[in-house]
Design a protein around this ligand. Structure first.
Ligand code: GCB
Length: 656
């Protein structure tokens, strides 16, 4: 699914703004609300989580459905003959969507886009858009929640009669099996956009398949072979087409060459590759052909001479200007549709114990993050994203993991442009034995992997896929291969979906690493470790001792290994001469000591600590105003450890 774009063939209308809002029931919402103005609505900004936007309603505690509504008018003359789509960048977690009282459909899954064709639904004048959103999590949702609904975080005290009785009467609430606040609602942008109706560009894939003579600094290659793949759809896209012919043009040719391959229905694609200055450096014209699965595609290779490579810290982007055209009855060529797809040229590969970008061993310096901020919750916030990227540069970091769900598209665009490396993660967090036995979870998990890779495949910043965070692994249960049998097909699916075949990982919890057989089969071993915090708490000598025992084991596996989490809760302003837990000194000492151990291991390929910044969580007895493991506060001020890490990372090059 291509991100909506305005150009000569397409229009985008934003539906962001202040909508009407009502809370509804746990299991349902009044049907009458779908087709008429909401009774007594309160204002609610979109994009944004609803939870922190209203102080009269207790929206952090809300459990179940809410209803959003707004009206809009479209310039029908502009849209005549076009295909009109209604797109949601993400709604958390389930949504029913109505236009003028008509149910368009439902979507499940809170972090990836979906859309509906509204060409025949919209009317001229005002249209009423109603979106009902359910925030409930449970044992078959991703992320995973606790079905009971009235279990409590903290001590269970099930044997205390009064507690057991009170639980029966307690209000139902979302109880996450994960450690971030369940921010919900229309968290990301809502847009209407058009494409041509008869034939439109449905998808574009640009994949670096070969780099020739990469320079020692990895900034350039004598040439790069880029595989392109353009999918055409629409009411007339499937007119019979023969196998495509194509013409490869090098930089010396013009993209507008008249040596064009034309199919018998006359439709052809032209791809002009622009460098960052907007100069055409290569191009191709090809016809479409029908694939075995019925789709209509144009695919082949484009060669770019003297290619500039995308590197961490030194990004370089090209743009593929994709134009579909055909000859009209007047024998003149007419543009049917067009789309500008940015892409970067780079390779990613695991070799032995190294993680190679453009053939050079890369070292990850960074963090796990969250989409989280005051007032917005998990709502898309470009000011925050720009600020965070500037802090990543300030810290001399080079990467982060989208823990624990795919982020808004604009963050990936920013990282493409700024040369920041991403490990892209699906919302599979909180999983264990009940999920492995539940086919619905497996289906949702497969869908999340497919949709995430389909959405993010062209981003050069994405260098690895993470198919889960800290699932229960074998050795922890009595069925030794259950986790392996669940995750192996997902690992294979991720590889099969990715045209770039990037490395795939699963991020593993502090566990019995000797018995577990899943983590060691990943392309990169990604470990979350809390020696000195959750265990051996406060004793950094013991923590280092234990870490070294475990690292000796991983050395024997012969794969690249990295931290994807390690850290210590730290309250800014708490100090102590001996650096006890929760003080700023302890967090700094913790990183100094643990990092000194990994520095001795050349096969250790990265340190992504936990967390970039403090973030909101469900309330509970181990969380004071959320999770405080940030090296920055929630309002992005550095704790003492941030200054220490900044100096350390300044001394560690991206490429080792
Ligand atoms: C973890 C989780 C992360 C938590 C973190 C913590 O292992 O992956 O989501 O926030 O620990 O601080 O407990």
């Amino acid at each position: 699914m291509l991100y909506p774009q305005s150009n000569d063939s397409r229009i985008v209308f934003s539906l962001d703004g202040v909508w009407d809002f009502r809370t509804a029931g746990e299991d349902s919402y009044p049907a009458a609300w779908a087709g008429a103005p909401l009774p007594e609505p309160v204002p609610m900004a979109v994009p944004g989580s609803y939870n922190d936007q209203n102080d009269e309603l207790n929206l952090r505690a809300h459990y179940g459905w809410v209803v959003y509504q707004r009206s809009f008018a479209v310039p029908s003359r502009l849209m005549a003959g076009q295909r009109t789509m209604l797109r949601f960048d993400a709604t958390t977690h389930a949504a029913d969507v109505y236009v003028n009282g008509q149910l368009l459909g439902s979507h499940f899954g809170g972090f990836l886009p979906f859309e509906f064709d509204v060409t025949d639904v919209l009317r001229s004048g005002e249209n009423l858009l109603t979106v009902a959103v359910d925030n409930r999590i449970g044992s078959s949702t991703l992320p995973v929640g606790n079905d009971a609904g009235t279990a409590f975080m903290g001590s269970d005290n099930a044997n205390v009669p009064a507690v057991a009785e009170a639980k029966k009467h307690a209000r139902r609430q979302n109880l996450p099996n994960f450690d971030f606040f369940n921010f919900a609602g229309l968290n990301r942008h809502v847009e209407l956009y058009t494409t041509p109706a008869s034939a439109y560009i449905a998808d574009i894939t640009m994949t670096t398949t070969r780099l020739v003579d990469v320079a020692a600094d990895a900034r350039t290659a004598a040439s790069a072979v880029i595989a392109y793949d353009v999918t055409l759809d629409g009411t007339e896209s499937d007119d019979s087409v023969p196998p495509s012919e194509q013409t490869v043009m090098s930089m010396s040719d013009s993209a507008a060459s008249d040596n064009q391959a034309v199919t018998d229905n006359g439709r052809r694609v032209n791809i002009a590759i622009l460098d960052s200055a907007g100069t055409v450096v290569a191009g191709i014209t090809a016809g479409f052909s029908r694939e075995g699965d019925g789709s209509v595609k144009a695919s082949g290779d484009i060669v770019i001479e003297n290619a500039r490579l995308w590197n961490p810290g030194a990004a370089y982007l090209y743009t593929a200007v994709v134009t579909v055209s055909a000859d009209g009855p007047d024998d003149e060529s007419h543009i049917i549709d067009e789309y500008r797809q940015p892409f970067g040229i780079r390779s990613v590969e695991v070799s032995g114990t190294q993680f190679l970008i453009n053939g050079k061993p890369f070292y990850f310096k960074g963090f796990g993050k969250h989409e989280d901020s005051y007032f917005h919750g998990r709502g898309t916030d470009d000011v925050l994203n720009v600020k965070d990227v500037s802090l990543i540069h300030w810290l001399h970091a080079n990467s982060f993991r989208t823990s624990h769900y795919p982020y808004a598209e604009s963050m990936y665009d920013l990282c493409d442009r700024e040369g920041i490396v991403i490990i892209d993660e699906v919302p599979a967090v909180g999983m264990g034995w009940p999920q492995y036995a539940n086919p619905l979870v497996a289906e949702r998990h497969r869908e999340a992997i497919r949709d995430m890779i389909a959405r993010d495949k062209n981003h050069p910043c994405v260098v690895m896929w993470s198919i889960a965070n800290e699932p229960g692994l074998d050795g922890e249960g009595d069925r030794p291969r259950l986790a392996y049998d669940y995750f192996r097909p997902l690992y294979e699916l991720a590889h099969a979906c990715d045209p770039q075949n990037r490395p795939v990982t699963l991020v593993c919890c502090q566990n019995d690493y000797l018995s577990d057989i899943t983590e060691r089969t990943m392309d990169v071993v990604c470990i979350n470790r809390y020696y000195g915090w959750y265990n051996l708490s406060g004793d950094l000598d013991a923590a280092c001792y234990a870490l070294n025992i475990e690292l000796d084991f991983w050395e024997s596996i012969g794969k690249p290994v990295m931290f994807t989490e390690y850290g210590a809760d730290t309250i800014e302003g708490i100090h102590g001469t001996h650096g006890e837990m929760f003080s700023e000194e302890f967090q700094r000492d913790y990183y100094a000591r643990i990092n000194a151990e990994i520095d001795k291991r050349p096969w250790f390929v990265g340190e992504q600590l936990w967390n970039f910044a403090d973030f909101a969580t469900f309330q509970g007895i181990i969380r004071v105003e959320g999770n405080r493991k940030g090296i920055l506060t929630r309002d992005r001020q550095p704790k003492m450890a941030a200054h220490w890490l900044r100096e350390r990372w300044n001394g560690i090059p991206d490429y080792g």
